[in-house]
Design a protein around this ligand. Sequence first.
Ligand code: LR7
Ligand code: MN
Length: 579
Amino acid sequence: MVVSIVGRRTRLVRILIIAVIALGLIFFLMPKMSQNYDNSLVGSKYLKERSKPVLVTNLGNFEPKEVNKKDGPGEGGKPHYLRDDQQNDADESESEYGMNIACSDEISLDRNIPDTRMKECRHWNYPTDLPKTSVIIVFHNEGWSVLLRTVHTVINRSPPTVLEEVLLVDDYSDKENLKSDLDNYIEQFNGKVRLIRNTEREGLIRTRSRGAKEAKGEVIVYLDAHCEVNVNWLPPLLAPIYRDRTVMTVPIIDGIDHKTFEYRPVYGDSRHYRGIFEWGMLYKENEVPDRELSKRSHNSEPYKSPTHAGGLFAINRQYFLELGAYDPGLLVWGGENFELSFKIWQCGGSIEWVPCSRVGHVYRGFMPYNFGKLAQKKKGPLITINYKRVIETWFDEKYKEFFYTREPMARFYDMGDITEQKYLKERLKCKNFDWYMENVAYDVYEKFPELPPNLHWGELRSGATDKCLDTLGHGPPSLMAVQHCHGYGNNQLIRLNAKGQLGIGERCIEADSQGIKLAFCRLGTVNGPWIYDEGTHTLLHRVHKKCMALHPQTSHLSLMPCDVNNTYQQWYFKQIQPR
Ligand code: LR7
Ligand code: MN
């Protein structure tokens, strides 16, 4: 009896143990099974649970284990100087490309550049199953060696398992060497480098959208065609996207000198910057507020940014296409960086700048290409028209006024139809601009507060000579002058706001003992000393208690004791007609 009871008990215990193990196994395996089979869970909530990069004591998993030092022109990112007898070639290539291609031609396509990252960056382990990536490089008439150095650095410094392809998109270049020679050259990469060509000039914005459609990778990374990517640049860009497909990431952009090809870090170790804008939509960067920095545990971790410069970034391909890629109504160049930034943030995504990803970019001396036929179809400057499309789609009424105050001519430009953009904004249930300003771009106001309306704007004609106030195209600090009134605005488009600030573009007009000057406006202020009397047409400087005057003989501009009867102190604002 006793025996049998004991026997039954042991059997019961055994069954219980087996049941517990089985249940345990089921619970242990269940989450894994659902991860493996449930493909519908691609929302950001699920992806956020993916592994985070971890800081390790040894070198991070994608770091190169050794660096081979080489000698030669431009090695180590050093400046390369041409001989005197090469100066002609240098000058010629500079005027053709906006950069010294003759110098670049002498530098190895595989040169070493200094590792400009914070030291900490070498010690991150990134997830090993990062998404396959297409690096898209759009180009129009770029210099051969500069374009191919971009390609070489991507091939040399990206993990081969992660790099799906380099996709070159030719925006209808007409340089001979970018034709069959280029097709032949890329054959050595055995299909890893692909080249497609536009059949007419589309401009960089549409060309990038085309690249996104044609790319094969899960993630796409855009680079300008004159870049050198730095050590282990790619994994840190991909890790945030791997965890959350609605994050767009941006590398820190170092400078490559357009004359010597010297590679220079953009800024030092401990400070971080992020992209903002002023109300005329000029791109700016400022130091990242503590509110953002303190969200991270390591100083080399990514941080949020309201916007980005435009050229270099990574994004989930499908997500970019769901956002409609770039607004197809934006033409050639400019404003697309804001369009994408506002769209991402307002429609539920975010932008992160990634300190551990560094890429060098050649800042050209000037823009060597024109905007082609697309620009000629448009009335008014194309870039401002692009801005107008962007602000009309994404700004609330109050903010649109700031833009028109800063760019008074823009009100008259034809921006085309934005119904589709408005529809997209509605369909994606995007938040308004107030939300964006309060939660994301809150530091813009520190530098560029709300703009008071203009009391007057237009050309400022002298009552005595029929000439107009003009910057002569000089930057601040410089003396203002008078010139024949040309009626186009630009260097003659003056505005006076309700708080006494006399300005042109984003610059201010001020006065001192030397005369009337173009100056940088004091950051964070929108006021000024000027009072315009519509009866006497004088411009009074409130602080000096004198009036703006033109010297009858020398045409020098200065402050003089006010004399309302003196025509050399009379000024007329004349509105400029769009043409
Ligand atoms: O019609 C064109 N078709 C093109 O394919 C004109 C240009 N391009 C190509 C061109 O060959 C280059 O590869 O497009 C790329 C960008 O043109 P750039 O290099 O002349 O532009 P940029 O560097 O002067 O200007 C910045 O702003 C542009 C606004 O539309 C783009 O967003 C650029 O990518 C952008 N560059 C950067 O963000 C690099 C960092 C600069 C900063 C700060
Ligand atoms: Mn560029």
